[in-house]
Design a protein around this ligand. Structure first.
Ligand code: CP
Length: 330
C-alpha cells in the first residue's frame, strides 16, 4: 500500500517512519524540479492556511508563504501582537476557531505542548515551525541537502558541534536515527543532551542501523564525519546575559578550517541559519566589542568556503515545507 499522510500533523519526526520521511523528501525533490522547470503546481487551490509566529523568522515564514502560494493557497500571518491567543483567548478556543476557518495551521513558539494542543483542538493538520524542543521542518531541508550531496545517507556521519541540548541538535539526533545515519553530539559535558531522547533514539537506531555518539572531544566529533553542523550559541528566547558563559563553554566547538580539515575529504558544512560568522550584524559586532571574537559558531572562511551548503539548505526549506503542506492537506 502507498504512503498517505493526508490529515496528519507534522509536530516532531519521532511520529514518522523512515519510509514516510523518505516519501516527503522524494516529494520535495519533485517540487524543486517543478519549480526549476517553471511547471505550475497549484494543487491545493481554494485552501487556506494560517501562520502563527510567537518568535521571529525569515526562512520558515517565507518558506510557508511562498510554498502555500505556489500550491495555490491563501495565507494569513499572525504574530503575537495581532491575535488574541494566550492573552484574551485560551489556546484551545483559538485552535477551535482557526480550525473552522483554515485547512492547516503553522505554529512557531516556545513549548512543544502548544503545538501538540493546537493539533488536538483544531481538527486540522498543524505544522511545527520550531519549538523549544524540536525544529522538524528544518530537518527535512537538512537531510534533503545532504541527500543531494551524497545520495543514500545510510552510514553517513553527521556531527553537531555546540549546544547539544538545543532543538536543532535534538531534532538531528531523531532524523539521523530514523534514516540509519551516525549522529554525533559534540559539545561540553556541562550541556549534555536530554537522556530520555537519547534513549528513544538509541532504540530507533537499533532498528535502522543508525548509531548515536556523544562526546566532548572535537577530534572524535570530526573523525569520519561527512556533515559538520552547528547553530548559534544562544537560541531564540534565551536571555542575552548567557553570551559570556556560552562563549566560554562553546568556543572550543567552533567550526573552523582546522576542524573541517579533520573531517572526511568531501565533507560538507550545514547551518540552519541565521549565523554569526562575521561582524555584519548588530549582535556580531556587539560580541566582537565585548569579547574580541570576530566570529562565533563558524568562521567566515568555512561559511564562505567550498564545503558550505547552508544556502542550498535554506532554499530547501521551501521545497520541503511545500511537500509537508501538500502531503498533509491533499
Ligand atoms: N532556520 C530557521 O528556522 O530560520 P528562521 O528563524 O529565519 O525561520
Amino acid at each position: 500500500m502507498g504512503i498517505s499522510l493526508s490529515g496528519r500533523s507534522f509536530l516532531k519526526l519521532l511520529d514518522f517512519t523512515p519510509a514516510e520521511i523518505n516519501y516527503l523528501l522524494d516529494l520535495a525533490t519533485e517540487f524543486k524540479r517543478m519549480k526549476y522547470n517553471g511547471v505550475e503546481h497549484k494543487w491545493l487551490t481554494g485552501k487556506q492556511v494560517v501562520l502563527l509566529f510567537e518568535k521571529t523568522s525569515t526562512r520558515t515564514r517565507c518558506s510557508f508563504e511562498v510554498g502555500a502560494r505556489d500550491l495555490g493557497m491563501g495565507v494569513t500571518f499572525l504574530d503575537p501582537g495581532s491575535s488574541q491567543m494566550g492573552k484574551k483567548e485560551s489556546l484551545a478556543d483559538t485552535a477551535k476557531v482557526l480550525g473552522r476557518m483554515f485547512d492547516g495551521i503553522e505554529y512557531r513558539g516556545f513549548h512543544q505542548s502548544v503545538v501538540e494542543d493546537l493539533a488536538k483542538y483544531s481538527g486540522v493538520p498543524v505544522w511545527n515551525g520550531l519549538t523549544d524542543d524540536f525544529h522538524p521542518t528544518q530537518m527535512l531541508a537538512d537531510v534533503m541537502t545532504a541527500r543531494e550531496e551524497f545520495g543514500d545517507l545510510r552510514g553517513k556521519k553527521l556531527t553537531f558541534f555546540g549546544d547539544v541540548r538545543n532543538n536543532i541538535s535534538n531534532s538531528l539526533m531523531v532524523v539521523c536515527a530514523k534514516l540509519g545515519m551516525t549522529f554525533c553530539a559534540c559539545g561540553p559535558k556541562e550541556l549534555s543532551p536530554r537522556s530520555d531522547l537519547v534513549e528513544q533514539c538509541q532504540a530507533i537506531a537499533a532498528e535502522t542501523g543508525a548509531s548515536i555518539q556523544i562526546t566532548d572531544d572535537v577530534n572524535e566529533g570530526a573523525k569520519g564525519c561527512d556533515i559538520l553542523y552547528t547553530d548559534i550559541w544562544v537560541s531564540m528566547g534565551e536571555p542575552e546575559e548567557l553570551w559570556a558563559e556560552r562563549i566560554q563553554l562553546l568556543k572550543p566547538y567552533q567550526v573552523n578550517k582546522e576542524l573541517m580539515d579533520k573531517a572526511n575529504p568531501g565533507a560538507i558544512f550545514l547551518h540552519c541559519l541565521p549565523s554569526f560568522h562575521d561582524r555584519e550584524t548588530t549582535i556580531g559586532e556587539d560580541i566582537y566589542q565585548k569579547f574580541g571574537l570576530p566570529a562565533m559558531e563558524v568562521t567566515d572562511d568555512v561559511f564562505l568556503g567550498k564545503q558550505a551548503r547552508q544556502f542550498e539548505e535554506a532554499e530547501n526549506r521551501m521545497h520541503t515545507i511545500k511537500a509537508i503542506m501538500y502531503a498533509t492537506l491533499k
